[in-house]
Design a protein around this ligand. Structure first.
Ligand SMILES: NC(=O)c1ccc[n+]([C@@H]2O[C@H](COP(=O)([O-])OP(=O)(O)OC[C@H]3O[C@@H](n4cnc5c(N)ncnc54)[C@H](OP(=O)(O)O)[C@@H]3O)[C@@H](O)[C@H]2O)c1
Length: 335
């Protein structure tokens, strides 16, 4: 997979591995601001220039603002233009007014020290509350004014995006959980996105780090042994998918494929999802200032999975439960 970048929109090209900033929001170890900012520069200098944030990810948007200020001083305006700042707006469910939308977007712009958002991904907790369509209408008006460059979604299901398409809303992406374990997007979302020219941004593709050598041939960890919120979240997903023994079979299969290509298990899992149609990028969580997997993740762009590799992975997955049956479509785990 040699293509490191993806053109998500005419004015937005992203790195196909994006840096996920949920990890600075708590529950993933103590994040030191200075160390985090220094790490952001290292990621940027290595070509990982796309950042996934949210208004609710603790200091993530503030870090972006400080990072951009530092970059401006250090390398000038042109360099700041190489950064892609993707954020989310995650409002409480309720009536949405135009002024609430404007205020929230202005706050994100201020925090991130930016004139226009590259991509605003909208989340909504409760479909029974129809104000999400109002919110999208107001967000679209901000896009038409150039304050938001592009509008995306996160964790929306196929049925609701169809409603948006029918209403003429212009949506470029949906950010969803998508991994070898959680293949729910393949049932309805992927074909729909292909047909409607919408890209997917995948998260959870290495299950918080569980899909790695570190957990190969390890006995099943208890919840207390898993020391990040992310690990706990995806361990539950593995339990629902088929349990620890089947997961070990998957890890062994990924290891064999990894040895053949001389890359890590995480690389195989990432490449597998990046190779799916409609997938623009995989967001990998970064614990800034704590652990750095940059060099390993960069290897994703130096090999190609073969059809037989994909078949071997798929063959293990035929033994798993169908998470679409158990959980539902994309985002239903939040509702
Ligand atoms: N829209 C949503 O609802 C939503 C939900 C979840 C996440 N997200 C987005 O997706 C991002 C990713 O978060 P996630 O929770 O899904 O986590 P993830 O990307 O599946 O896992 C991240 C963790 O994997 C480990 N890791 C990374 N590269 C590795 C490698 N090459 N080898 C071994 N381990 C590696 C690291 O663990 P260690 O640090 O422990 O080494 C890292 O903290 C978030 O930051 C956020 O931006 C969005």
């Amino acid at each position: 997979m040699n293509n490191k970048c993806y053109q998500l929109a005419p004015d937005l090209t992203i790195s196909r591995i994006l840096n996920g900033m949920w990890q600075v929001a708590g529950g993933h170890g103590i994040i030191d601001r200075e160390l985090a900012l220094a790490d952001m520069l290292r990621y940027h200098n290595s070509g990982f220039t796309s950042w996934d944030m949210a208004d609710i990810y603790g200091p993530a948007e503030d870090f972006m603002g400080e990072f951009r200020r530092g970059l401006l001083t250090l390398k000038g305006k042109e360099e700041t233009e190489r950064v892609q700042s993707l954020t989310k707006w995650v409002p409480q469910t309720g009536r949405i007014t135009r002024s609430a939308v404007n205020e929230n977007i202005e706050r994100s712009l201020r925090r991130m020290n930016i004139d226009a958002l590259d991509l605003l991904q909208f989340h909504w907790w409760d479909y029974n509350n129809p104000y999400y369509m109002d919110a999208l209408k107001y967000l679209s008006d901000l896009r038409d004014k150039g304050i938001i460059k592009n509008i995306g979604l996160t964790n929306f299901d196929t049925e609701r995006i169809q409603i948006m398409m029918d209403s003429g809303l212009k949506i470029i992406s949906n950010q969803v959980q998508y991994s070898i374990i959680d293949r729910r997007p393949e049932v309805k979302m992927l074909p729909f996105c292909k047909e409607n020219n919408i890209s997917l941004l995948a998260y959870g593709s290495i299950c918080g780090g569980l899909i790695s050598e570190h957990y190969l041939e390890r006995k099943e960890p208890s919840t207390t042994e898993l020391d990040t919120l992310s690990l706990r979240k995806y361990k539950k997903m593995i339990d629902a998918w088929g349990g620890w023994n089947l997961f070990q079979e998957l890890l062994s299969t990924l290891k064999i494929i990894g040895q053949k290509h001389k890359v890590s298990i995480a690389n195989i899992a990432t490449s597998y999802i990046l190779g799916k149609s409609a997938v623009a990028g995989v967001i990998i969580g970064v614990r800034l200032g704590i652990v750095d997997h940059r060099n390993d993740n960069a290897q994703v762009f130096h090999f190609n999975l073969e059809k037989s590799d994909r078949d071997d992975i798929d063959s293990v997955c035929t033994k798993a439960n169908d998470l679409f049956q158990i959980i539902g479509d994309c985002g239903d785990e939040y509702r």
